[in-house]
Write a protein that binds this ligand. Structure first.
Ligand SMILES: [Zn+2]
Length: 320
């Protein structure tokens, strides 16, 4: 455990859900894990014991939060969970925190499998549709109107917390009554959330959006049990927010020092200042997005100036 992690508390210790099984982390809140074919090799998913009222009839069942990547192994793991964990009750709805493939991948299959609706922020729904060449993905009877986040307010104790910077409009789910926060990718215990500027929104200030979003999460009590998408459930939300802010502040200082020493630099030239380890091509894509996000945050604050060189490359320098 690294020194920063040791400042957080892990109420379940080293325990991890076994393949095809769950751990109940709060009353009615069950933790399961699915594999991912990436360096980040797992995602945490959540089963919520739930009820839903339709036409005056209350139905008992389960809400799924996030879906895993869409591959045969994940579908098989879901079938295994359905057979052993649900106690004969149906899935009532599928909630997706945001549009990244490890979260939304299997959602269309789950919604068809149970004939239920998908709940997602309207922004991420639309961006996911734009990003997908298949128009059939979530169509038909699964009404887009119900996918919007306002529906989550139907249960006064459970509200969606919109966060920005990592995905277009990421939803974290906070249940004040039980002191539980499903944080998605907004707050992770060990790794810092990827915050990138990408080509579809080239002038974005993603990192400021992200830092503002996690600052707003301080409104959630510090003793909340945080259920992240990667890593283990933990306590210490406010300390973790401190750590993430300190992490990015330290990178800002590194960038300013490098620019003071070397003069104008491109985001690519500053990647080694922000990431001090060798990167493969896949990691370089993320690293470039993160490097640009750091430059943009300082540029939007007026600390840096940006100039387009004769070679067609943007370079950032300390503002006069
Ligand atoms: Zn994500």
């Amino acid at each position: 455990m690294n020194p920063l992690e040791s400042q957080l508390a892990y109420p379940f210790g080293e325990a991890l859900p076994e393949r095809g099984a769950t751990i109940e982390v709060a009353p009615g809140v069950h933790w399961l894990r699915m594999g991912l074919p990436f360096q980040l090799d797992h995602i945490n998913l959540w089963l919520l014991r739930d009820e839903i009222e339709e036409d005056g009839v209350v139905r008992q069942g389960w809400t799924l939060v996030d879906s895993g990547i869409d591959d045969p192994a994940t579908r098989a793991a879901w079938e295994n969970i359905f057979a052993t964990v649900l106690g004969g009750l149906p899935v009532l709805r599928v909630i997706v925190t945001h549009m990244h493939p490890d979260h939304i991948g299997c959602a269309h299959w789950l919604c068809e499998r149970w004939n239920v609706r998908l709940w997602i922020s309207a922004t991420d729904f639309n961006v996911a549709r734009l990003a997908s060449s298949a128009s059939a993905g979530f169509g038909g009877p699964l009404s887009a109107a119900f996918m919007a986040r306002h529906g989550l307010a139907a249960d006064p104790a459970a509200v969606g917390h919109a966060g920005f910077g990592h995905a277009p409009e990421h939803m974290a789910l906070h249940d004040a009554g039980h002191g539980v926060l499903i944080s998605g990718d907004m707050v992770l215990p060990r790794i810092s959330t990827n915050v990138s500027v990408v080509d579809v929104e080239p002038e974005a200030d993603s990192l400021t959006l992200y830092l503002d979003s996690i600052e707003r999460m301080r409104a959630i009590p510090d003793d909340v049990l945080v259920l992240p998408s990667h890593g283990r459930p933990f306590k210490g939300l406010h300390r973790r927010i401190d750590q993430l802010q300190e992490h990015h502040d330290a990178r800002f200082v590194d960038v300013l020092e490098a620019l003071a020493a070397k003069g104008p630099q491109s985001a690519f030239e500053l990647v080694p200042v922000i990431f001090r380890r060798p990167l493969d091509l896949h990691q370089m894509t993320f690293a470039m997005g993160e490097s640009i996000a750091h430059m943009h945050a300082l540029w939007f604050r007026g600390t840096l100036a940006r100039r387009l060189g004769d070679d067609g490359v943007y370079r950032f320098a300390l503002a006069a």
